[in-house]
Design a protein around this ligand. Sequence first.
Ligand code: S3P
Length: 441
Amino acid sequence: MMSPIESRTVHPGATISGELQVPGDKSISHRVAMLGGIASGESSIGGFLASEDCLNTLRAMRVLGAEVDISENGSVNIRGVADNPSSPSAPVNLGNSGTGMRLLTGLLSGYAVTAELTGDASLCSRPMGRIRDPLQQMGARIDLTRDGTAPLIIHGGSLHAISYALPVASAQVKSAVLLAGLHAKGETVVVEPVETRDHTERLLLNLGVELEIDGLTIRLKGCGEDGLRINGGDWFVPGDISSAAFWITAAAAREGNKLVVRNVGLNPRRTAIIDVLRRMGADIEVLAREGGNVFEPYGDVTVRGSALRGTEVGGKEIPNLIDELPLVAVAAALAEGETVIRDAAELRVKESDRITCMVKNLRVLGVDVEERPDGMVVRGPARLLGGSVRSFGDHRVAMALTVLALFGSEKVRVEDVECIQTSYPRFWTDLERVGGSVEGR
Ligand code: S3P
């Protein structure tokens, strides 16, 4: 029997205020799970994001032979496979996660294993040729469907280093090549077209891997046949700026709001949403903190609400705010004047086609929006209508629309919200914590 589609009805008019701490960073959680899982000895991870996506990565590491223990307070202990993963006997399901699938494919390519990776309908429709090409150049064989998608089969082992200029600005592709490079003979070089998130590089450096970063060029010395000697670590994952962004945007867009988000990741390759909101007139203060086994920048963000105005986003800024672009469209609908989002065609191959999905939903709510091949133009401020919007199974679309619904004058029903579990299981509780109110299940 099909389970009924879950929906929530969002009440408009909330004052967004108070203090909160959002759950751990998704990108970092995936990476510590994988590297802790492949390392020798124990890793202890505080603040791990126990969302479906990251739990799938932990399950995958278990299938490869790691011992994984998740405690009630959310900390995770992993005893790694000491550079000796087993070949899984059945397909490994990564659910909805592009990061899980692409990074694990890179990591496993360096081992003499055969592994089939699969995922849900969304993940199995996303492009995987972008990782197959460099990994095959390194000597792995990656079988994809005729459409260049998953399910995929990795035949790994005996890699040699390559020099690879990324054809797309993608941290996932960069990371897949670097993780494969760990086992390659020689020096793997990756050149990015523009800066993308660098969580993999930071974690590898934290683990003592020989890696050099020079502008857009990353060089990593592979262990070749010597075997990888990395020991597990003791890490704390800061809050996810991409989750905090929902509340930061909601608080920024109305006078009278005041919100503090504590201990959130402030990696400069992830914080463009703060710059964009500031350009739109938002009042945001950032206080950096230090220490506590957090190997990434983090701190507190204080937002005071004000009227917003339109802006332009494009170029180098896009990878830094790729996951926040649905929210930028929401802020644009609330802002005075025109906002242009360009150079963001990558949005079409995320968990959904985020350009089309956002444009359709924004129109349902009465927003003046024009779809472009690489983005959209939004003219605000909208006089928002009530009605029903749909996530199309995309967690960030569901959460961005919920934020917009707080600003109408009628209730809005957000349909198909189970997908939020993939990245932010506590989303509805946190919405209520900051002053929002919803009905339904
Ligand atoms: C991620 C990188 C981004 C981002 C995704 C997480 C990562 O994807 O959209 O949610 O953890 O490396 P791309 O690098 O493919 O753009």
